[in-house]
Structures are given as C-alpha cells and as structure tokens.
Design a binder for this molecule. Structure first.
Ligand code: 8IG
Length: 269
C-alpha cells in the first residue's frame, strides 16, 4: 500500500512511530509549525535533541518553497517537556491534496501533542498593520473551498483559536493585535479587488496556509494558537508589487523578536 492509499490517521500513526524511533523522543507534548519569519524560534525555545529529515518519515515530502526547511525537529524544553517543530509544511497550492497539507498536524497529534502552535507569514489587510508586526489569529475565513475532513465529520469550530491561549499570549505581550486570517488558495497573491473583498467580509490578513491546518488540528482534539507575521501589506494596500524576496526580508528582520515571543509563550502553554 502506498502512502496516498493509506487512511490519513494510520499514516499519521506510522509517521509518529518512525519519528519516535528516529528521534528517541517517545512523546511530544506540543507542536509548532514555523512559517516565514518564525524559524529562529526553534533555537530559542529549548535544546534541539534530534533533527529527522522529513523525507524519511512516512507521508512527508521535501519542501518546494525556498526558505522552508524539510525537517522534523525535537526540542527539549527547560521544564522537561518536548516540542516538535514541523519544518516541512505542505501548502494547499502544491496540489498534493488536503491530506498532504494536514499530515504534519495529524502526525503531531499522533505523537502526543495536545497543543498546536501554527505560525505563518501573511499580507496585512487591516490598514493599521505594519510589516514586521505579529498578529494573533482570533478566527479565520477559509476561501480555499476545501476541508481536510472527509465524510460526515461535523467538527465544531467555535473557539477554534483558543481564547485561553490567546489570553496567555496577551499576558506576555499586551499590545499584541488580534485579527481574522483569510486563507486564499494561492500561489498567486491576491488582486487589489480580492484584498478589498477580504477586508469587507471581515478579514485582517491574508495567507495561504493556516486555516486548513487549524481545522485538522481541532478534529484531532488539539488546542490551537495561531500567529501571523505581517510580512507585507496586501496587494493594493501597499503601492509596490509583492515579491517573495520582500517577504523573506521582513521575516528576517522580525525574527529575533518573534523568537522571544514564542519562547515565552511555549513556556506557559
Ligand atoms: I508572507 O499578501 C504572505 N503570504 N495570500 N497574500 C497571501 N499570502 C501571503 C501574503 C499575501 N503574504
């Protein structure tokens, strides 16, 4: 049976077993996906005890995006817990299907993680946002027309982004903004009209990843916190064209501050 034929939960369980064997870490307590600008946090939150190439774990694929690394990293936190950093995000726009997109989240849950930290780089729609600013995800609007759930799986998404965990983040950084994340399918950025639309329907930032992952994490019973780094103002809000290089640069500049925020946050999750 190939990975794509296997049911998603048993594939995630198989991945978690290989991860435990290869990392020597039996159980991970919390998991993080680090998007553009958030990568430095992996070094800040604790001591790396194992790095497993994602391509050697069932169901994972090497990343196709420059600036994204393809590893599963186990980190010992100062209090003795273990965090799993999923550095192998598969995006919806890669066309591998939603099962591949949420395999990391499902593997984290199968590895024991009860808390999922989802981070991303996003375009700012809210005119008050500035590039380099982190924003807590309060809620999302999923414009991909896709769900990671299959069959009659009626999962409740009230409080998808845990109010408890958002409160914990604001205790660490009281000025942290909260906004609604709108996921577009990508990989093209939006037109200015689409960005205006995203704002009218209640969005504050636009991206290409987190909503679908959050839904799968909730199905798996995890408590979720989401954070966006505003790397650019969305199309039509900023006057210059959007470029991936600009996104990487804004991420690099904000990295030390974001790493410190996540370090303090992970300690209280
Ligand atoms: I970083 O402006 C980043 N990701 N859809 N739009 C969308 N995704 C993004 C953007 C953006 N910036």
């Amino acid at each position: 049976m190939t990975a794509s034929e296997q049911d998603p939960q048993s594939l995630a369980a198989a991945a978690a077993r290989v991860l435990a064997e290869r990392s020597g870490v039996e159980r991970h307590d919390i998991a993080l996906t680090l998007g553009s600008g958030w990568g430095k946090a992996a070094d800040a939150i604790g001591e790396t005890v194992s790095v497993v190439p994602a391509a050697e774990v069932p169901g994972f694929h090497a990343s196709g995006v420059p600036g994204h690394s393809g590893t599963l990293r186990s980190i010992a936190l100062p209090d003795g817990r273990h965090a799993l950093v999923i550095g192998a995000r598969t995006h919806f726009y890669e066309g591998r299907g939603v099962r591949a997109v949420v395999h990391g989240v499902r593997t984290a849950a199968a590895a024991g993680a009860r808390t999922m930290v989802l981070t991303n780089g996003a375009g700012g729609v809210n005119p008050a946002y500035r590039p380099g600013q982190p924003v807590l995800i309060a809620d999302h609007i999923n414009l991909t027309a896709a769900s990671p759930l299959e069959g009659a799986t009626f999962v409740d998404l009230t409080d998808l982004y845990s109010a408890r965990l958002r409160g914990a983040a604001r205790e660490i950084e009281p000025a942290l903004a909260e906004g609604v994340y709108v996921q577009f399918p990508g990989p093209h950025y939006e037109t200015p009209a689409e960005v205006r639309y995203a704002g009218i329907i209640g969005g504050d930032m636009v991206g290409m990843s987190t909503a679908i992952e959050a839904i799968a994490a909730r199905e798996a019973g995890m408590e979720i916190i989401g954070l966006s780094l505003i790397t650019n103002l969305a199309a039509g809000i900023q006057e210059t064209p959007l470029s991936h290089a600009e996104v990487i640069e804004a991420g690099r500049e904000a990295e030390p501050r974001l790493a410190e925020l996540l370090r303090r946050l992970v300690a209280v999750l």
